[in-house]
Every structure is written in C-alpha cells, then in structure tokens.
Design a protein around this ligand. Structure first.
Ligand SMILES: *[C@@H]1O[C@H](CO)[C@@H](O)[C@H](O)[C@H]1NC(C)=O
Ligand SMILES: *[C@@H]1O[C@H](CO)[C@@H](O)[C@H](O)[C@H]1NC(C)=O
Ligand SMILES: *[C@@H]1O[C@H](CO)[C@@H](O)[C@H](O)[C@H]1NC(C)=O
Ligand SMILES: *[C@@H]1O[C@H](CO)[C@@H](O)[C@H](O)[C@H]1NC(C)=O
Length: 504
C-alpha cells in the first residue's frame, strides 16, 4: 500500500531540503551580534562616523578610534534600549553632534552622556524614551539643541534639564506628554525655542514662568481647555506663541508691558466671545490668527490696544456683520481676513478710516449687497478686495467696473471653480441709477456749495440792509441839522433883537 518508492524518495528530498534550510537559519542566528556591529568613518571630509547595529555597550568597545575628524556620530539600525551611565565616555572624542534617531532607546540613566564634553546637538527622535530623570544631562554643559520628539515621555518631571544652562532649542513634539511639572524647565535660562506641539497637555500653570529668554513657544495641537491669563506674563522675550488646535474657549492672555510678542496663533479653538480684556499688554503684536473659532461678534474695544497689528485673520467664524468702526484705531493693519463667515451686511460705522488696510477678504459670506463706495471711502489704501462666493447681484460687476474704470484696484467678485457661486440675477433696482454712488458721493459736496451760497447771499443782504439803514440815518441827521440850523438862525435873530431892545 505505501510501498510507492518514488513517493518515498520525494518525501526524503523534501525533508532533507527542510533540514538544510533549518541549518542555515540556525547558522545565521549564531553569528555573534558583535560581528554585525561596526563603526566606520564616512567619506573623506564628511566628518561623520557611522555606527551600524550597535548596542549600548558597543561604543566603548569598538575598535574604531574616535578623533577630531568625528564631529558627528550617527547611529544606524542601533538597538540601544538602556543607555547606561557613561555610554559615550569615549576617550579622545570630540563629538559635537550625536544622532541616535530610531535607536530603540527606552531608558536613559543618569550621566548617560558624560564624557561628551564637546556635544552641542543631540538628536533622540523616534525612540521609546519614557522619562527624563534629573541628572540625565550631567556633564554635558555645552548642549545647545536637543530633539526628543516622537518619544513616549508622558510626564515631564522636575529638574530633568537642570544642567543645560546653554540649551537654546528643545523639541518635545509628539511625545505623549500630558503633565508638565512646575519645575520641569528649571535651569533653562538661555532657552529660546520650545516645541511642545502634538502632545496631550491640558494645563500649563507656571511651568514657563522662568523662561525669560524664550522667543518661540509652540503648544499647538494639545488639550488646553483654559488659561488663567498670566501663564506667559513673565516671558518678556517671547516673539511667537502658538496655541492653535487646542480647546480654548473664553480666553484672556496677559503680558507684561515690556512684552515684544509679534505673532499669536489661536486658530482652531472654541473661542466664542472675545472679552474686552482678551489680550492685555500686546502692544507689539503684528499678526493674530483667530480663524476656525466660534466668534460671532468682535466688540469695539477688543482690539483697541493692538497698536501694531498688521494682520488679522478671523476667517471661518460666525460673524454676521462687518462694521468698519470695529477695526479703526489700528493704524498698522494691512490685511484683514473675514472670509468664510456669515456676514450679511457691511456697515460703515465710526468716523475713522482704516489707514493702512490694503487687502480685505470678505469672500464666502452671505452678502447680498455692498455699498462699495461707502466702504472704499473708509479704506483709503485698499488695493485688493475679495468678494467671491457671496450672493451679490449680477449688476454689481458692471457698476464696479464702471466706477473703478480708472483705478488700479483689484477686486474679485467670483472665482471660476466648479460649483462656486457667481452672482444672483436681481434686476437692477430703479432706485439705483447706473452710476448711483458717484452721484451720491458728489451730492454732499453740492449741498456744501449751495450752503455757502446761501450764507453769502444772507451776508450780502445784511450788508445791503445796513448800508440802506446808514443812508437813512445820514438823511435823517441831515434833515435834523437843516431844521436845527434854521431854528438857530431865528433864535440868534431873536437874541440880537432882544439885545438891541435892551440897549434902547
Ligand atoms: C537597516 O535595517 C534595514 C531593515 O531592517 C535595512 O534595510 C537597512 O539596509 C539597514 N541599514 C544598514 C546601514 O544596515
Ligand atoms: C524660578 O526661579 C527662581 C530662582 O531663579 C526659583 O526660586 C523659582 O522656584 C523658579 N520657579 C519655577 C516655577 O521654576
Ligand atoms: C514673574 O516673575 C516674578 C519674579 O521674577 C515673580 O515674582 C512672579 O510671580 C512671576 N509671575 C508669574 C505670573 O509667573
Ligand atoms: C483668508 O483666509 C482664507 C482661509 O484661511 C484663505 O484661503 C485666503 O487666502 C485668505 N485671504 C487672504 C487675502 O489672505
């Protein structure tokens, strides 16, 4: 039954082959890991040594001699896991840049970097580091830049970076950080840039209050719900603060009077009401992004201390009105973006113009009409007006083309993208003559002129009446004089006669 020799032979062949493959696998497993590890110098002039497949202990035992040509040590496919004290305590090294990207690091022990006395840039992204313990950076005072992004830090505990007196840039993005201890950044007196983007931070408290050299603080894409307003008060060197993509609602941010902040990003939050004390002390702010929020109204006083604001983006909100007065008193404002709201009307309010505004975006709103002449009269510098995707009447185009025929002024009434709104075909209202606004605009000038005419006329009449009266007075005096002189003659005659009579 099973005596088929041919089949038996085939089975044997398969078994033998399988065994051979097995032996091969076993052989490759038994190659010592040290045989695969290697440090070598790159191309001449690269000043880079590359270590392949290294484990934590290898850097000190490699036959490779690090010297002054190895400014950069780069690890490729390394498997470091636990970085012990003195892992890089390699005699004679002058390593300035240490790149341990994707090296499977989980734990860094105290003084792990000791011996790297020239180290300035430390790259540790894409590892599994869970904590930065106090003492981690003992002995590496020259470090200027650390990249710890894409790790699993979760809690930034007190004093982790204490020794890094020269650190200027710290990247902690994408590291699952949810808690920052109050003294986490203690000692970082020269820190200029701190990136905490894409973590799980919900509270910041006083964590930043001692970072008086900080210029850029990025807290974008976190879970911050509220601020108590003074978190950034002491950051008097801060130029840029990014709080975009958080969960902020009612916010008040206060800065010290000597603040130099230029850019503030608050887009993609849940801000609905902006209180009148919303931004305090931001006299130097140049750019404010409030787009993608829930703002339905901007109070008149809200923006009044932002003397230096150049750009305001309030697109993707819930505004229903655009009033020129809201934005007056901002002498530097150049770009105002109110697109993607629900603005139904543009009102000319207040008496001041927006002196510097040269671009106004009112596209993607619900405007059904536009007093462009009134608007332009308050925006003397306007050179770019975006109005596409509203429900504006079609005759507006002809009107505006005619009105601005001689001006180098760019306005966009519709775009040509598929499905976008062009205009609404309303018949040209009879109350609106073809060039109505020019007429209206000149009218006040005319009333002004006739007003002067009336005044002149009244004045002339008064003068005429006065002259007539004077003539009359003169005439009366003349008459009186004539009369009294004739009387005087008689009296003189009488006197003479009495005199004569007396003599007799
Ligand atoms: C690193 O490992 C990957 C896959 O594990 C391999 O493709 C690559 O060649 C390795 N690089 C070096 C320099 O050994
Ligand atoms: C700020 O620094 C001072 C001393 O310079 C220190 O006493 C204080 O505890 C620090 N505060 C924080 C929150 O780190
Ligand atoms: C700002 O710093 C001063 C001392 O430099 C400190 O007394 C004050 O509490 C700090 N303010 C905030 C809001 O952190
Ligand atoms: C206004 O904001 C919208 C949406 O963010 C953008 O597409 C548009 O280009 C901006 N307009 C101007 C004039 O910058």
């Amino acid at each position: 039954m099973m005596g088929n020799p041919k089949m038996q032979k085939e089975i044997w062949t398969i078994l033998l082959l399988a065994a051979a493959v097995d032996v091969h696998i076993v052989a490759s497993i038994y190659v010592s890991p040290y045989d695969l590890m290697k440090c070598s110098y790159g191309e001449r002039g690269s000043l880079t040594a590359t270590c392949i497949n290294a484990t934590a202990g290898y850097f000190k035992s490699t036959p490779y001699r690090f010297d002054q040509l190895d400014e950069t040590l780069r690890c490729v496919n390394c498997s470091i896991k636990t970085m012990d004290t003195g892992t890089f305590d390699i005699s004679g090294n002058q390593i300035k840049n240490l790149d341990l990207t994707s090296s499977q690091i989980e734990l860094i022990k105290q003084k792990a970097f000791i011996g790297l006395i020239f180290l300035e840039n430390l790259y540790l992204p894409h590892n599994k580091i869970r904590s930065i313990y106090p003492g981690t950076f003992t002995g590496v005072k020259k470090i200027k830049h650390i990249d710890l992004s894409y790790n699993q830090i979760s809690i930034l505990s007190d004093d982790g970076f204490l020794e890094l007196l020269n650190l200027e840039k710290l990247n902690l993005e994408h590291s699952y950080i949810h808690t920052i201890s109050p003294r986490a950044f203690n000692g970082l007196v020269h820190l200029k840039q701190l990136y905490l983007k894409s973590n799980l931070i919900s509270e910041v408290k006083d964590a930043f209050s001692n970072l008086t050299s900080l210029e850029v603080l990025n807290l974008e894409d976190n879970q911050i719900v509220a601020l108590n307003s003074t978190e950034f008060y002491n950051l008097t060197a801060l130029l840029e603060l990014n709080l975009a993509n958080n969960k902020l609602k009612n916010l008040v941010i206060e800065f010290a009077p000597q603040s130099v902040l230029r850019n503030l990003f608050l887009q993609n939050n849940f801000i609905d009401i902006i209180a009148s004390n919303f931004l305090k002390g931001l006299h130097t702010l140049e750019s404010l992004d409030l787009s993608h929020n829930q703002i339905s109204e901007v109070n008149r006083k809200t923006l009044q201390n932002l003397y230096n604001l150049h750009k305001l983006n309030i697109s993707y909100n819930k505004l229903t009105k655009f009033q020129t007065g809201t934005f007056s008193g901002l002498p530097q404002m150049e770009l105002l973006n109110c697109s993607h709201n629900s603005i139904e009307e543009v009102e000319i309010t207040g008496v001041f113009s927006l002196h510097s505004l040269h671009a106004l975006d009112l596209s993607y709103n619900k405007l059904s009409d536009l007093d462009y002449v009134g608007l332009i009269s308050r925006l003397p510098r306007l050179s770019y007006l975006k109005l596409e995707n509203n429900v504006l009447p079609c005759y507006l185009e002809t009107e505006m083309d005619e009105y601005f025929a001689e001006d180098n002024f760019k306005y966009v009434l519709y775009d040509n993208s598929v499905g976008s709104m062009k205009c609404v075909d309303t018949p040209n209202k009879m109350s609106r003559p073809l060039i109505p606004d020019k007429f209206f605009e000149e009218k006040p000038v005319q009333t002004g002129a006739s007003g002067t005419e009336i005044t002149t006329f009244v004045l002339i009449s008064i003068v005429a009446v006065c002259i007539a009266f004077l003539f009359y007075l003169q005439y009366r005096t003349y008459q009186q004089l004539k009369y009294s002189s004739s009387q005087r003659t008689t009296s003189v005659v009488n006197l003479l006669s009495t005199d004569l009579e007396n003599r007799e």
